[in-house]
Design a binder for this molecule. Structure first.
Ligand code: UCC
Ligand code: FAD
Length: 609
């Protein structure tokens, strides 16, 4: 037999490119979560919107923005040709286009302008957010702080503030919650300084009261604030935002401030509001995001909340941005797995099999999928209780069958939200990073390549890595949970969690008895940690505690999901997660093919049209 013709750059074997299907239709976990949390009244219209959005964000037009943003990082001009200092930040066209898509599609606004959805507006918002994250290039970061700032201002507008301040913040709130491109604002969150990001007590930025007589207007013609802030901020990601919430030291301690980033100069032209961008950060990922160091010199600002209570005040922003971080991480993970599935459907071995028929490969994918499903359930439970905590009266007034979230009342949801938010932020981030690494490996060398915006898992992986750092590292979030369970509200939070677990596990049929026992045992163990350890010991074991809480919440929600229709595959996913190692080891010799068949059903759910 004569040897075959040699391959060349243009002849021989070429891999069939994968096709990414509509992610909302294909990702059964997303669709089941939508069904679990959205009432039958709202589900059809939201699902239709998500389906069309999921198609749109995979179009070449959108992905070209992603590619442009990723390959054209922001630039900073610090001086003019003639040597005058200036801070001219230029972001890419792609970045600006993605930001506009986010605003127009209500990535933040959905949580504020959909009163008919009440508490489930948050679920609708974050279903879209998870889809969007894979195509976006981190415009969700300024969006996250925009959302946190909107919630903070909404709360402030309900309280006693001066008429002048009310006017300024009402305008800001309206812009932060707008879908109108050009009118909508994003926000920065300036907490971290060289002295510390986890611990902000060493804040060296100082605010001085200067009163109202100083005058001056911001870019939109509103009077500038009555405080003057000076200092240095070590990390500012939303550097192109129109406003920021920041921390600064006053005579009474650390205080929170609201400041526009631009103002009118004496000659009427627009200038920075006493802000100089010292330099842009050089980062592993989040390349399109203009993360910078800022020098503040006489930045005019309004005090938010009480002087000296800045950390508590800004925690409203933190709790929202932490949910965004969890959801962003899951969004990267979701897209990574979607790419992994698409690739496995087309990549052929020399024996003609595609990877979705290769048992060892499918087993890895199935394991990764189980971890994904668990993290998604944890994240969306955090979203659901956040939503209720923002609409307590409506929730309590609803009939049980309309609520769709399995908690007793709004008060329980508020307490659970305080406990679950840091857990979800830490665990969803860590799981997503690990899962994306595996997803990347599942494409072999192609997984490490960056050319195709549609299949760039390397970018998703780089970007996802920041999620376990910003908005609090995992140990710092564990310390936050210690603060919660040991603090003033600790007794109520622990009682709410224990009662929620008991109610849920007590509501299942006999078929779940074995699982119920395991979950109850873990809850008892957690409770004994809470009761018998002091704060120091609990913080020492903090990450283990996060894992325990996450495991309990994920297990419960996975069973609730599977139990809605006794779905065989969802039941097996829950079983595998809950039994952990045991489920992997129990396979008896000779019956692995049965397990492989289930692996395939877990990893490759059929596409719904
Ligand atoms: O990283 C950042 C932005 C990145 C971009 C994000 C984009 C997201 C989208 C992603 C898409 C992919 S901004 C920087 C974030 N920085 C942090 O997260 C800081 C981490 N450190 C902490 O969380 C610390 O726990 C601190 C700084 C919040 C608190 O430290 P302290 O000074 O020890 O605070 P205290 O004294 O314990 O707490 C002061 C008060 C207490 O209330 P009172 O005064 O009533 O006793 C606390 O209970 O604040 C309350 N408090 C909270 N309340 C503290 N944390 C919270 C909280 N999370 N919720 C409610
Ligand atoms: P440190 O606080 O010095 O922490 C170092 C290590 O010590 C960590 O592993 C941490 O877990 C550990 N540690 C610290 N304290 C404790 C403790 N009490 N218990 C146990 N372990 C502890 N910040 C902003 O304010 N605004 C932004 O827009 C912003 N954007 C960012 C963008 C990017 C890309 C990055 C990477 C960071 C950004 N940050 C921003 C900063 C970020 O929030 C901080 O980096 C983070 O909170 C950690 O603070 P640090 O860097 O000072 O680390």
């Amino acid at each position: 037999m004569s040897p075959p013709n040699p391959s060349s750059g243009t002849t021989g074997f070429f891999q069939t490119p994968p096709t990414l299907p509509n992610q909302y239709n294909e990702d059964i976990t997303l669709r089941r979560i939508a069904t679990l949390y959205l009432s039958p009244t709202h589900l059809p219209s939201i699902s239709a919107d998500l389906t069309s959005f999921a198609s749109y964000i995979l179009t070449p037009a959108v992905l070209s923005h992603t590619h442009n943003a990723e390959t054209h990082p922001p630039t900073l001009s610090t001086h003019s040709t003639f040597g005058h200092p200036r801070s001219v930040l230029t972001t890419s066209e792609g970045w600006r286009a993605l930001s506009a898509i986010g605003h127009a599609n209500g990535i933040v606004a959905t949580a504020y302008d959909s009163p008919e959805l009440a508490h489930s507006a948050r679920v609708a918002q974050f279903l879209k957010y998870v889809l969007w994250t894979g195509s976006d290039a981190l415009t969700t970061c300024p969006n996250a702080m925009q959302d946190g700032a909107a919630r903070l201002l909404a709360n402030q507008l309900k309280g006693e503030i001066s008429e002048g301040q009310r006017k300024v913040w009402a305008e800001a709130y309206e812009r932060l919650t707008s879908r109108e491109v050009g009118r909508a604002w994003t926000a920065g969150q300036w907490m971290t300084e060289r002295s510390g990001g986890s611990d902000v007590r060493g804040t060296e930025t100082v605010a001085r009261y200067v009163g109202n007589d100083v005058g001056g207007k911001d870019e939109s013609g509103m009077p500038l604030g009555d405080w003057s802030v000076s200092g240095f901020k070590w990390f500012s990601s939303a550097t192109d935002a129109q406003m920021a919430i920041l921390l600064a030291r006053t005579e009474k301690g650390i205080s929170a401030f609201w400041a526009p980033t631009k103002r009118k100069a004496a000659g009427g032209e627009t200038e920075m509001n006493g802000i100089t961008i010292q330099r842009l950060k050089s980062k592993m990922g989040t390349k399109a995001l203009p993360t910078a160091e800022l020098v503040l010199e006489g930045t005019r600002a309004y005090l938010v909340g009480k002087e000296g209570e800045g950390t508590r005040v800004i925690s409203t922003v933190l709790n929202i941005t932490r949910v965004h971080t969890a959801m962003g991480a899951l969004g990267f993970y979701a897209r990574g797995l979607a790419i992994s599935r698409a690739f496995a459907r087309v990549r052929k071995l020399s024996d003609g099999r595609t990877l979705d028929n290769v048992p060892a490969h499918v087993r890895s994918l199935a394991k990764n999928t189980v971890s994904y499903v668990a993290a998604m359930h944890l994240g969306f439970f955090a979203v659901a209780v956040l939503g209720i905590s923002e609409h307590p009266e409506q929730f309590d007034a609803m009939k049980a069958e309309e609520r769709m979230v399995l908690v007793e009342n709004a008060q329980e949801a508020v307490l659970l939200s305080r406990l679950i938010t840091p857990v979800a932020k830490a665990i969803c981030s860590e799981r997503s990073i690990a899962g994306l690494k595996e997803a990347m490996d599942s494409l072999g060398g192609v997984g490490y390549m960056e050319e195709e915006p549609e299949f760039n898992i390397a970018r998703l992986y780089r970007d996802c890595n920041v999620t376990s750092i910003w908005e609090g590292t995992s140990n710092v979030l564990a310390a936050d949970v210690v603060r919660v369970v040991m603090g003033r509200q600790g007794r109520h939070v622990k009682r709410a969690f224990n009662s929620w677990v008991k109610t849920r596990t007590g509501s299942w049929g006999l078929e779940w008895a074995g699982m119920e026992e395991l979950i109850s045992a873990e809850r008892d163990k957690l409770d004994s940690w809470w009761e018998n350890m002091d704060a120091e010991e609990l913080a020492y074991k903090g990450k283990d505690m996060l894992e325990m809480i996450a495991w309990i919440v994920s297990s419960i929600m996975m069973i609730e999901d599977a139990a809605t229709d006794a779905d065989v595959v969802r039941t097996e996913v829950a079983r595998r997660y809950i039994l952990r190692k045991e489920a992997e080891l129990e396979t008896l010799p000779g019956i692995w093919r049965r397990d492989f068949n289930m692996d395939q059903r877990i990893a490759f759910p059929s596409i719904s049209e």
